[in-house]
Write a protein that binds this ligand. Structure first.
Ligand code: KIV
Length: 277
């Protein structure tokens, strides 16, 4: 808390290091956000909002996240920053914007921070990205890691399925998580990973883990907001819980609107402007 001159007490925006310090204190709450009005509604209830590259699929109807560009991430990052004042905003680095070299990653991550005003970036990757995570975090760019199921690797890993069932897969996820932790990530998303492994990794790392399709024992949880709001009738994987059912409500509202327009009962007198005589 801080007292601003001439104002009531205001809450400061949470920092990546404050989020890291929540490990062992209380569960970390996170959701995705892509637009100003949704960010405004979620801001008071979360510790951090992720402008995820899932926006390619959720907002733009793409088949995967691979087509998302840096410009799209920056535009949506700016939109989310405009709608938030207390949560930490993290912007995803899209496919192709960081894998080539640590210098490419720094250049594009710095652009995201400068042009959006967000506090941190997220990138997917395990041991092979550890050098990049270290390079960024030691040069002033807080990094949220992302291990386990990595949607940007869908073409080489064979699709969206939970991982860690075989000892070989489990060993790789353990190695990846430790490498990103050692490299200095302030927190690490663990996605689509069998429960006991996510639990074990959480207990072994310095950084908090943020689970999605992982374990209640993770240090925090994240969901795609549109999923948990029930905006998709045709997509409900096991790890998603609908905390609202907005899809049928939106359909019903559109149906009611169409009926009133056709019946000329909307707009009513209360919705039209009259000329005073
Ligand atoms: O892009 C995204 O929304 C994500 C979260 C699901 C973790 O990476």
């Amino acid at each position: 808390m801080s007292v601003q001159p001439g104002s009531a007490i205001t809450r400061r925006r949470l920092t990546p290091s404050a989020i890291q310090a929540l490990k062992g204190e209380r569960p970390i709450v996170s959701l995705t956000a892509y637009t100003t009005p949704i960010a405004r509604l979620l801001d008071p209830h979360v510790d951090f909002l992720l402008v995820g590259d899932s926006l390619g699929m959720v907002l733009y109807g793409m088949d995967s996240t691979l087509g998302v560009t840096l410009e799209m991430m920056i535009a949506h990052g700016q939109a989310v920053m405009r709608g938030t004042s207390v949560s930490c905003v993290v912007v995803d680095m899209p496919f192709g914007s960081y894998q080539e070299s640590r210098e490419q990653a720094f250049r594009n991550a710095a652009r995201i921070l400068k042009e959006t005003g967000c506090s941190a970036i997220k990138l997917e990757g395990g041991a092979e990205m550890a050098e990049t995570v270290d390079f960024l975090s030691s040069r002033g760019i807080p990094v949220l890691g992302h291990v386990g199921l990595m949607p940007q690797l869908v073409n080489t890993t064979g699709g969206y399925r939970s991982l860690g069932r075989t000892e070989r897969e489990a060993a790789k996820i353990r190695r990846d998580a430790k490498a990103i932790d050692d490299a200095g990530a302030f927190a690490i998303v663990v996605e689509g990973t069998v429960e006991p492994l996510a639990r074990e990794i959480t207990a072994s790392l310095r950084a908090p883990t943020i689970g999605i399709g992982a374990s209640p024992a993770c240090d925090g949880q994240i969901l795609v907001s549109d999923d948990m709001l029930g905006l998709f009738n045709d997509f409900k994987p096991r790890f998603v819980k609908h905390f609202a059912e907005l899809a049928p409500q939106i359909s019903a509202a559109a149906e009611a609107y169409a009926a009133e327009v056709k019946a000329r009962s909307f707009p009513g007198p209360e919705h039209t402007f009259t000329v005073k005589s």
